[in-house]
Design a protein around this ligand. Structure first.
Ligand code: FE2
Length: 388
């Protein structure tokens, strides 16, 4: 029964959209060609961009003729690659592919120059090595992404025009899928690098804030770690999937929660004795200053809430706005618990820090007053599990 190539192509196009991994896709395509078109074998040479070579990535067949994967590697000098890369195919053939018989015929043409003749001869030789009856190149713009190699048809008949057109269209779809996957991967890598750069910059900035306060060395890093632990545990307890975006915002917000202290004189931050009213007022301004500093960066919108409200109290007695209960954003409530615990356990010149046990007891005592009760519960749970 004749194959409905249009239908097969539509099916393949759907597969191309659904399958995002090019290697899986290519394997499926090769398998489909071998099965449907009934060729004795098929393989795909794919461009390895790092080494600028073409590697036989997939090879399959019915006749046992199967070149081991990765066995064949061709560099840019190989006649097969040269033929398609230099677009000699355009000069000689118009179908967008090469059939062994037509290439043999083309070799007899009188108008060929010596160089083309040499490459064509080399090409035929390569096709013989692979026992290929047809080679179909796939391009993205002018880049040769790969070559589909097909053996003879099992019934020994010649490939029909519709079959050859089918291969060209199919190879084009595969090229698009490969290119899309490559571009997607590159974009992902670039994004990860940028994110890492951003985090590193934030960490450096946080270290600069920490350095202003001589007594709380490493405070920001500890608050950040603890905040992230709390968020993860909270998701686990509520049986919710971890909200990666929230975690990212919390990471940045906890790193920058005290950035507003940049505007407060060190003489006040490091004062040994009790603070006077004006000094207290200045210190209490740091969440607002932090929010003002970060406000122009639109990517930090979600983080600003954590910075601005990390000194709000659950019962409404905090600052800067006196928000109450659930009015306080979750991101701020989490930072608040971590920040309070770390402040209590750190030595100050005028008092010694509490032990972990004492501090956890204190957190339990102020739960529902100063701190969000649910977050305190999560925090205590983490402590019992020995997480800090
Ligand atoms: Fe603070």
């Amino acid at each position: 029964m004749a194959i409905n190539y249009k239908k097969e192509l539509e099916g393949a196009a759907k597969t191309v959209i659904l399958v995002h991994k090019p290697d899986v896709l290519i394997r499926m395509i090769v398998r489909m060609i071998v099965r449907k078109v009934k060729v004795d074998h098929a393989g795909i040479l794919l461009h390895d961009r790092q080494r600028d070579t073409y590697v036989l990535t997939v090879s399959g067949g019915r006749t046992g003729l199967k070149i081991p994967k990765g066995f064949a590697r061709m560099d840019a000098d190989n006649p097969l690659i040269k033929f398609f890369r230099n677009r000699i195919d355009k000069e000689i053939l118009s179908e967008g592919l090469i059939v062994y018989d037509s290439a043999e015929k083309a070799l007899k043409r009188k108008d060929l120059n010596e160089e083309t003749r040499k490459i064509l001869k080399g090409l035929l030789y390569q096709m013989e090595i692979f026992d290929a009856a047809v080679c179909i190149p796939s391009y993205f713009r002018n880049d040769l992404l790969g070559i589909l190699l097909l053996g003879k048809k099992i019934n020994k008949s010649k490939f029909g025009k519709d079959e050859l057109e089918f291969f060209v269209a199919l190879t084009h779809d595969v090229a698009m899928a490969i290119k899309n996957a490559q571009l997607f991967k590159e974009l992902e890598t670039e994004l990860t690098q940028k994110q890492q750069l951003f985090i590193n910059t934030t960490v450096a900035l946080a270290a600069a804030i920490d350095a202003k306060d001589h007594y709380t060395h490493g405070h920001t890093a500890r608050v950040t770690n603890l905040s992230l632990e709390i968020a993860k545990k909270l998701a686990q307890i509520n049986k919710k999937e971890l909200d990666e975006e929230f975690i990212e915002h919390l990471h940045i917000a906890s790193l920058l929660h005290d950035i507003g202290k940049i505007g407060i004189p060190e003489s006040i931050l490091n004062k040994d004795g009790a603070l006077n009213e004006l000094e207290k007022k200045l210190i209490m301004g740091h969440p607002d200053i932090g929010a003002v500093i970060l406000n122009p960066i639109k990517e930090l919108r979600e983080c600003i809430e954590g910075v601005k409200y990390h000194h709000e109290n659950y019962d409404g007695s905090g600052y800067p706005e006196g928000l109450k209960g659930e009015q306080i954003p979750l991101i701020a409530s989490i930072i608040s618990v971590a920040d309070t615990f770390d402040a209590m356990t750190t030595d100050r010149p005028y008092r010694k820090g509490l032990s972990k046990e004492e501090a956890v007891k204190e957190i339990e005592r102020v739960s529902g007053k100063q701190l969000h009760p649910e977050i305190c519960e999560v925090f205590v749970q983490l402590y019992k599990e020995g997480k800090f």
